[in-house]
Design a protein around this ligand. Structure first.
Ligand SMILES: Nc1ncnc2c1ncn2[C@@H]1O[C@H](COP(=O)(O)OP(=O)(O)OP(=O)(O)O)[C@@H](O)[C@H]1O
Length: 267
């Protein structure tokens, strides 16, 4: 809510290695995201995009180097509730017969912590978040009754309800119809305009290309490109299809145009 109440950038990785168990997936990465930036994390399947952001969220192990979020070491409890996350998942779990309002309220609870009871302002934040994703008329409906794209928007509203300073989204447009993508782009543009830092993992920029301005391209656990979004597409194309080039690591900071013949295609 109050940008600037902690010093330091939104995200700072210094020679960071992140992985699972004791196996690093992301290796020796440096990344600095200032407050208010809107960053796309691009790269092919298995390049380490999700692991990178999970490290920032404290959901994957930092195995080396240093990870800071909102000016604090990752995992610091003072940061909890100030970071929103829309995980890589197409829909809300169908096992829970919750309404839109209930699911989004859970996002607000993350901000409140266990000790404070929600008040009128919290209920208003929930309603506002649902309205922001264009689902105001579905507030009391079971989430299971919504389309996949609408369920994704519920997850976005859940993250927005906490009014995060940093919003991390993993593949928010995957499997989402064009109308929902456009709605999401509008929401994110409005969120970015409030000064919230956006980090969006995506295969396909689609409608989000107008909102995100910086591109970070992951390749085999390293960062192959970090710069204006407009320059990132050629790097992604040049790197081709993830696992097919297991022996090839992108040059850190490399801005070279894609070499011919390296496009994805399975060989
Ligand atoms: N929970 C996990 N435990 C062990 N290894 C994992 C785990 N999650 C991912 N990995 C491994 O980390 C590597 C990178 O996966 P990651 O999900 O970060 O890539 P990605 O770029 O997000 O891919 P995608 O676009 O397919 O989601 C893969 O080789 C994967 O097998």
């Amino acid at each position: 809510m109050t940008p600037g109440d902690a010093d330091g950038p939104a995200i700072r990785l210094v020679r960071a290695s992140i992985g699972y168990g004791d196996v690093p997936v992301v290796q020796g990465v440096d990344l600095h995201v200032a407050r208010g930036e809107a960053v796309a994390v691009l790269g092919s399947n298995g390049s380490g995009k999700t692991t990178l952001v999970r490290g920032v969220l404290g959901l994957a192990a930092v195995l080396g180097g240093h990870v800071e979020v909102l000016g604090r070491p990752v995992g610091d409890r003072r940061v909890r509730g100030r970071v929103g996350y829309v995980p890589q998942r197409h829909t809300v779990s169908g096992a829970v017969p919750a309404t839109v309002r209930e699911v989004v309220s859970v996002g607000r609870l993350a901000r409140l912590g266990v000790l404070r009871r929600p008040g009128a302002a919290d209920r208003a934040a929930v309603t506002e978040a649902v309205a922001a994703v264009g689902l105001a008329d579905r507030l009391t409906e079971p989430v299971a009754a919504l389309s996949g794209g609408q369920q994704r928007r519920v997850l976005v509203a859940r993250a927005l309800a906490a009014e995060p300073e940093l919003l991390v989204m993993d593949e928010p447009t995957a499997g989402v119809d064009a109308a929902s993508q456009d709605a999401l782009a509008e929401v994110l543009a409005a969120v970015a305009a409030t000064g919230t830092t956006l980090v969006v993992v995506t295969h396909e920029l689609g409608a989000l290309a107008g909102v995100l301005t910086r591109g970070v391209v992951a390749d085999h656990g390293c960062i192959a490109y970090d710069g204006p979004l407009a320059g990132a597409g050629a790097v992604v194309t040049g790197l081709g299809g993830g696992h097919h080039h297991a022996d090839r690591h992108g040059p850190t900071g490399g801005l070279a145009p894609p070499a011919p013949g390296l496009r994805g295609g399975g060989r």
